[in-house]
Design a protein around this ligand. Structure first.
Ligand code: ASP
Ligand code: MG
Length: 411
């Protein structure tokens, strides 16, 4: 029998009425003849509450106990959904991560799945025609036997990994939006739902802040070739298929993303000699400050001096400042400039590999809106520009229209 994984996020399980509403999706697929594993998140807001409780209990909590606490949210929704399904006459039982078992690394709070044994689930399918309702986000460390969790948003990853383990035909991710959009509909009214997107593009969009899927879930889907269908639990409409890049025409630009989470740092007129940047970035890395864009160029007018511009997460800025000031002083920089009022706008598309001139077009669109570009970075399928934060909406809308994303692609 064909197998299906269905995952429901926090808003879809927010209360018992919503759980009853989502159960009809499960019923529909049972009637279509699938063997089904359902993966659930905690009720929306629950995990935040549990995390807060740990912080209130101690500033330096034991991460193993943190996992014991935060894994509880999913245990509740898995049990409740099993009760609701049974009430509808559908055989079902709940499974916690350790019962499956879903084995993980010991990185408590952000563990990685190491192995999933699907045999007990298969037995339930074969012997009892039973829907397996699995608590997402949680697992069991393979050596210590302690409960682990996969990092925030991790139930997406649970779902995709289970789909790979039980060789499901597809992993349906039910959420509160009806798919992946060409850009954020909240700031760009002409944003459209994308019908199909490749794993690679989705990975870039997720890294750039599109929050529909946890990044790691896309990595797992790509690694095992699991087709993922992102769709709304509040309608029956089809959503966005996230699939391999074979078999569909890639467009130059599939989506526009923006990220307001970074701040710009500029070191001006530093002594230009070997080891300067190694020193700065080595020290930041040592203190777990991750750096995104980096630009180094000779200082204008300065002799044997260099300017270094880079971005760090805004939340890391206070920590980074302290570290940077020390090094800057050592290498004779002029006062360091910090600018948190920036945004990174990016365009993503597989077709960039084969279409020339995409970057030039992006710069031209921003220029025609009078928007100054402060830094640029590119990868094979992405171009990002740092601009002033006040131009976010203008830039996103202009790029969205300029690359024709407001119009449905010609089939
Ligand atoms: N409940 C967990 C969280 O909020 C996992 C998830 O919902 O994916 O991060
Ligand atoms: Mg989520």
């Amino acid at each position: 029998m064909a197998r299906l994984v269905m995952k429901f996020g926090g808003t879809s399980v927010a209360d018992v009425d919503r759980i009853r509403n989502l159960a009809r999706h499960v019923q529909r697929e049972v009637e279509a003849g699938y063997d089904i594993a359902v993966v659930v998140s905690a009720m929306s807001g629950k995990t935040n509450e549990l995390v807060d409780w740990c912080r209130i209990a101690s500033r330096f909590y034991d991460p193993r106990e943190y996992d014991a606490v935060v894994a509880a949210g999913e245990q509740i929704t898995a049990g409740l959904l099993a009760i609701v399904l049974q009430d509808m006459g559908i055989p079902a039982r709940s499974w916690q991560g350790w019962q499956v078992p879903i084995l993980t690394s010991d990185a408590h709070g952000s563990a990685r799945i190491a192995d999933i044994d699907g045999s007990a689930i298969f037995k339930g399918f074969e012997e009892r025609k039973e829907v397996a309702v699995i608590a997402g986000f949680q697992g069991l460390h393979k050596e210590t036997g302690r409960i682990s969790t996969l990092g925030r948003g991790g139930s997406d990853t649970s779902a995709v990994a289970i789909a790979a383990a039980i060789k499901a035909e597809r992993c349906d991710i039910y959420t509160d939006v009806d798919g992946v959009y060409t850009t954020d509909p909240n700031i760009c009214p002409s944003a459209r739902k994308i019908d199909r997107i490749s794993y690679e593009e989705m990975l870039e969009l997720a890294s750039l802040g599109a929050k529909v899927l946890q990044i790691r879930s896309v990595e797992v889907a790509m690694k095992y070739g699991v087709p993922v269908h992102v769709r709304s639990s509040f309608s029956d409409r089809t959503g966005t298929m996230v699939v391999g890049e074979e078999g569909f025409e890639s467009v130059a630009v599939a989506g526009v993303a923006y990220d307001k989470g970074e701040a710009k740092v500029q070191l001006v007129r530093m002594k230009d000699k070997p080891g300067v940047v190694a020193k700065i970035f080595g020290m930041l890395a040592e203190h777990n400050v991750s750096v995104d864009m980096i630009i180094q160029s000779p200082s204008r007018g300065g002799k044997d001096t260099t300017d270094v511009t880079f971005t760090v997460a805004k939340s890391d800025l206070p920590r980074a400042k302290e570290l940077i000031e020390k090094t800057a002083a050592e290498y004779g920089s002029e006062p360091v400039e910090y600018d948190p009022d920036i945004v990174k706008v990016s365009i993503v598309g597989l077709g960039m590999r084969s279409h020339a001139g995409v970057a030039a077009k992006m710069f031209g669109i921003l220029a025609s809106e009078g928007i100054n570009i402060q830094a640029i970075s590119t990868s094979e399928i992405k171009i990002s520009c740092i601009i002033a934060a006040k131009y976010t909406e203008l830039a996103v809308r202009a790029l969205h229209e300029g690359f024709g994303l407001d119009k449905a692609p010609v089939a």
